[in-house]
Design a protein around this ligand. Structure first.
Ligand code: SF4
Length: 358
């Protein structure tokens, strides 16, 4: 492998890169926030969140001092909430164990919550000049095509080949720019479909381009089908207030607020499931007043088909082991909720305004 493509790639990057807000700030904290947000999320989606987050928490110290609830609220809609929780936990760890300075070594940085291989490589190469290659979906695609790597792009073996190739060519004097250039090339030029090989700085020695193999590389095995669950939720109303509870801080959607409910059993009707779930979860009977909405939502490993009911509590207190609150509809906005819930909030407000006595 001759080294010529790398300078060509860097020149292309200098000429064609997008002006993105995180490319204007060079402090590690801002780079870190942007890379955490960019995991599993499109650039266009991230931009407004990134700006808002850094407006609220311009420094790591301010992030560490904030309540988790506020941080989750700022993250609301971006999904994958464990990223926000881990970033906040890591900020506290840095404040308490490293006098507020982000660790300089990969080993210490990797030991922080939520800092995996990708985040460590991206932040330390861009922010500290450490020569470690970044591998994301874009980079995998570019290298598999460029180098003619035929294995399944999801496999560890392919990843290892890509890593070993990149480790051999990453330039010591500009590893961050190299990593950014590879990711940018994948996003703008070496796109999954119809790569724009004519304007690619790697085309002269690109395996896929020279052999007309861009449509068949990289090879991707079929994904397993994602299961879909039916679930039933209760919006319980009492004296104009709504019952909400907070999910435990660890686990899926940890720390967010939710309505009581859960998965429907096989062949169980959603109306029955909501009553059963409330009985099991809250030790109380609820009466279903109306069906409010049905919404579908996709998470990374499953999809959910939600049936939402307006309910009223029967006699007795609602017992819950979780933090909970009775809130006015207009105050729901102050609590961070999963994205699926936001899909029926407009319908809930409509329903409430036409049933003011509820
Ligand atoms: S020449 Fe085409 S296939 Fe090869 S890396 Fe460039 S855009 Fe991708």
């Amino acid at each position: 492998m001759n080294g010529m493509p790398v300078p060509r790639l860097l020149r292309w990057f200098a000429r064609c890169r997008r002006e993105l807000p995180w490319r204007r700030r060079h402090d590690l904290y801002a780079i870190w926030v942007s890379e955490v947000m960019l995991q599993q999320t499109q650039v266009e989606t991230v931009i407004p969140y990134y700006r808002d987050f850094l407006r609220r928490y311009p420094t790591l110290k301010q992030l560490a001092a904030a309540p988790l609830q506020d941080v989750l609220k700022a993250w609301e809609g971006l999904g994958y909430y464990s990223r926000a929780r881990n970033l906040w936990l890591a900020a506290r760890r840095v404040r308490d164990a490293f006098q507020g300075r982000i660790p300089r070594t990969a080993e210490d940085f990797r030991a922080l919550p939520g800092v995996g291989e990708y985040i460590a490589a991206a932040v330390l190469s861009i922010g500290r000049g450490l020569a470690v290659p970044v591998i994301d979906g874009n980079v995998l695609r570019v290298v598999c095509r460029w180098q003619g790597i035929e294995g399944d792009v999801r496999s560890t073996a392919t990843r290892k080949k890509v890593l070993s190739f990149l480790t051999g060519i990453i330039p010591e004097n500009s590893p961050g720019r190299f990593n950014e250039a590879m990711m940018e090339l994948g996003a703008l030029v070496c796109r999954p479909r119809d790569p724009c090989c004519r304007s690619c700085p790697l085309r002269r020695d690109c395996f896929a381009f020279l052999r007309s193999r861009t449509a068949s590389l990289p090879f991707r095995s079929r994904k397993r089908a994602v299961p879909e669950y039916r679930a039933a939720l209760a919006v319980i109303l009492r004296n104009g207030r709504i019952f909400i509870q907070q999910r435990p801080e660890t686990g899926h959607l940890g720390g967010l607020w939710e309505f009581p409910g859960g998965k429907c059993r096989p062949r169980e009707k959603p109306e029955g499931a909501v009553v059963r779930e409330c009985r099991e979860e809250l030790g109380a009977r609820v009466e279903v007043l109306a069906k409010l909405a049905e919404v579908r939502h996709a998470y990374s490993h499953f999809k959910v088909h939600l049936h939402v009911f307006i309910c009223r509590p029967g006699k007795g207190r609602l017992r819950t082991g979780q933090s909970h609150a009775w809130v006015k509809a207009q105050d729901l906005e102050r609590y961070p909720f999963p994205g699926a819930n936001h899909k029926f909030f407009p319908r809930l407000h409509e329903w409430l305004s036409s049933h003011r006595d509820a």
